[in-house]
Ligand binder design. Structure first.
Ligand SMILES: [Fe+2]
Ligand SMILES: [Fe+2]
Length: 333
């Protein structure tokens, strides 16, 4: 899925120009960015651009992988074979998204081991949305509709990101995210239009719990966004957090009507003059609490990730042994 909280960065990152030669390289780099050119892995780039991308792409990769966990909770309890097959395919897609993105981050000179160490030690961030629990089957449809829906809004502009390996990964990811959003909406639509009162109540309850955290997925308001301006200038972030959030609210408020659910926001109202929906204030204290490690499931998610990594050690060892054996055979031939 999922970019978010990408504006959360170590405070020590400052732009430093070290020499005349580097200043010339940087001027050429900035000129290429200004003309809308893509930057490839082999091209010279300022250290701050590189670090910004490693941080953003790896946070994105971690989010895809951790995002498999809340849904995995329902893989054995999906109500029909069809829903189970769809859910398994979606979870597998998310794993694939993580792998494309780790590969894109590796082109910037940081190894996958380093990236995973940062995740497992709690140093790296991932999207805070995955620190909320999936309590009922309706949560799965709601995640598809709202969480993957928010992810698409965030990610479509990234297909034009100035760093080409990231942009290329995002093209493929966005196609799959659009399937994720539709399957979620479809699952909710069936429950709302063909289901029982209890199922409708279950959907409404899930929407009540996921609505606000989904709006938080676009990151802090523009006025508090630490890296927004620099990322915009570098062509990494093409649309601001607040503009994306508004776009998401405008789209989902209409979709909620089709479903027959009520978003839990008494201030949500079409504003004719602005041509957009108005919506109520977001609880940013909750956002920062969850980003800071104190959401409902932060510890559980991290522990599950670390365990999966440790349980998979034998696979990595076997793959390495196989590669060594093949190399020895090829040398002998
Ligand atoms: Fe997704
Ligand atoms: Fe994804």
């Amino acid at each position: 899925m999922y970019t978010q909280a990408m504006d959360v960065a170590p405070k020590d990152e400052r732009k430093v120009v070290r020499s005349a030669e580097e200043a010339a390289l940087e001027a050429r780099f900035e000129a290429r960015i200004d003309e809308g050119a893509f930057i490839e892995a082999k091209d010279w780039m300022p250290e701050h651009y590189r670090r910004t991308l490693v941080r953003q792409i790896s946070q994105h990769a971690h989010s895809e992988i951790v995002g498999m966990l809340p849904e995995g909770n329902w893989a054995t309890r999906a109500p029909t074979l069809k829903r189970k097959a769809i859910l398994l395919a979606k979870i597998q897609d998310e794993g694939g998204h993580g792998l494309y993105l780790y590969a894109a981050a590796e082109t910037l000179g940081t190894s996958r081991d380093q990236l995973l160490d940062a995740l497992h030690s709690g140093k790296a961030k991932y999207s805070s949305i995955f620190n909320y629990p999936t309590l009922t089957w309706a949560d799965i449809g709601t995640i598809g509709w709202l969480v993957d829906g928010a992810a698409i809004m965030n990610q479509v502009p990234l297909t034009r990101c100035s760093y080409a390996p990231y942009a290329r990964a995002m093209v493929r990811i966005c196609r799959e995210e659009s399937f994720h959003q539709r399957q979620g909406f479809d699952s909710l639509l069936v429950m709302m239009h063909e289901g029982t009162d209890a199922q409708r109540a279950m959907v409404q309850d899930a929407v009540n719990r996921w609505w606000w955290p989904s709006l938080m997925m676009f990151g802090p308001p523009d006025k508090d966004s630490v890296h927004g301006a620099q990322s915009a200038r570098w062509g990494i972030k093409r649309i601001s957090n607040d503009d994306l959030r508004q776009k998401f609210v405008d789209a989902t408020a209409e979709q909620a009507k089709v479903l027959g659910v009520t978003p839990p926001d008494p201030l949500l109202k079409w504003n004719e003059e602005r041509g957009h929906y108005d919506f109520g204030p977001i609880d940013w204290d909750e956002f920062w609490r969850v980003v800071g490690g104190n959401g409902p499931c932060n510890r559980e998610r991290l522990a599950a990730r670390v365990k999966a990594h440790e349980d998979g050690a034998w696979v990595r060892e076997a793959a390495l042994a196989h590669a060594r054996k093949r190399a020895t055979r090829q040398e002998a031939a």
